[in-house]
Structure formats: structure tokens, C-alpha cells
Design a protein around this ligand. Sequence first.
Ligand code: FMN
Length: 206
Amino acid sequence: MSEFLKAMAFRHACKRFDAAKAIPAEAFESLLEVARTSPSSFGMEPWRLIVVRNPNLRKALKSSCWNQNQITEASELVIFTTDNNVVRSGTPYVRKMFERRGLPGEAVDTYMGVYKNYLAPIESDEVLLENWTAKQCYIACANMMTYAATLEIDSCPIEGFDKEEVEAILDLPEGHSVALLCAFGYRVNPQSEQKRLELKQIVEYR
Ligand SMILES: Cc1cc2nc3c(=O)[nH]c(=O)nc-3n(C[C@H](O)[C@H](O)[C@H](O)COP(=O)(O)O)c2cc1C
């Protein structure tokens, strides 16, 4: 089996983490690096990661996250937040993200125009914009979880939280929002059996 498939088999949504076992700093930094180098739509990298290490803050978050034990027991808790202001069309940030590709001025303007058209129906609605930036976070989070599994580090993606409460606890700046959380650490219990639909139930060829 390839290393990648081994990691896919190793990864499960870990419910109970060994609170006494810390992820080595270098390994955790490599997980963050995987998030950083993940792809995003138009290369906008809207994610802003908050690593919560303060035990009091973890405790405060737990009750807004369906009281899930992962929040306080995991070695590292990553909160994927997004900056929804900077990615709006026409901002200096967006221009810089296109300019860094080393394109000539006219090409940057063309990109800015295409981006504006693409984003127009999305950025007209705050919720749609938050959903669009959140989608990018899911890609980064998935990459982190699979990479973590190659290092035999467990993880649990967490969507079970009260968005407004978590955003208030984090005191996020205006225009920032929480996409999802992900806990990383080491399992206490054996891995649960992986239950999945058959390929023929989810794939069709046309
Ligand atoms: C986006 C997302 C959000 C999830 N949120 C939670 C959560 O809040 N709490 C939890 O225990 N598991 C959560 N899960 C885990 C799923 O329930 C789990 O991945 C699924 O049941 C398959 O099980 P497995 O990952 O262990 O194979 C989430 C998974 C995803 C992809």
C-alpha cells in the first residue's frame, strides 16, 4: 500500500486524545506548513489560523463546541478563521496576490476583472462570502489531517460548534469568521472501524 493510502487508513476522527502527549514542535510546524502551502481559489489564501494553547481559552471554547473533549484534550487546537475583507474584489490585497505571480500590469488588470466577475454574486452576500472562504479552509484542513496521519498524529475536524459564540470568544475583528476547527494529538482508544459507501454508490462514469 502506498504511504498516502496508509495515511488514509490511519486517519479517523479521533474522539479522545491523550492530554499528556504533546506533538513535537517541529512536527506541528510541518503541519502548519502544509496548511500554508495548500491551494486556494484564485490563490487568495483567505485562511488565518489561530492555534489555541491557553488552557483557559480552551475551556471557554469547549462549551461552545458541543462540549467535545477534543477541544481541551488534544495537544494542538487549530481554528481556521478567514479574513473576508481582504478578499473582496478590488482590494490592494487581491491586487498584490495577482501581482506576485510576476504578470505584466495588463494581465493583473485582466485577472482583477475576472475575479470581480466571479466574486460579484458571492461578495454581495456576507454568508456566501464566508462560505466561499471557508471552503478554502477545508482543503487546508484535509491536507493537514492526511499529512498528520503520515506522522502517526491523530486529528479530528470539528464543525460541531456555535459559530457566533466561538467568534465572540475569539474576539475576531470585523469581517473575520470561523470556518472550522481541527484538533491534533494522539489517540487514547483504538481507531474506530472505517465505514464508507462502496465506490459504485458514489461514482458514475459517463
Ligand atoms: C467537516 C467535518 C466536520 C466534522 N465535525 C465533527 C465534530 O464536530 N465532532 C466529531 O467528533 N467529528 C466530526 N467530524 C468527523 C466525522 O463525523 C467523521 O469524519 C465521519 O463520521 C467518518 O469517520 P472517520 O473520519 O472516523 O472515518 C467531522 C468531519 C468533517 C469532515
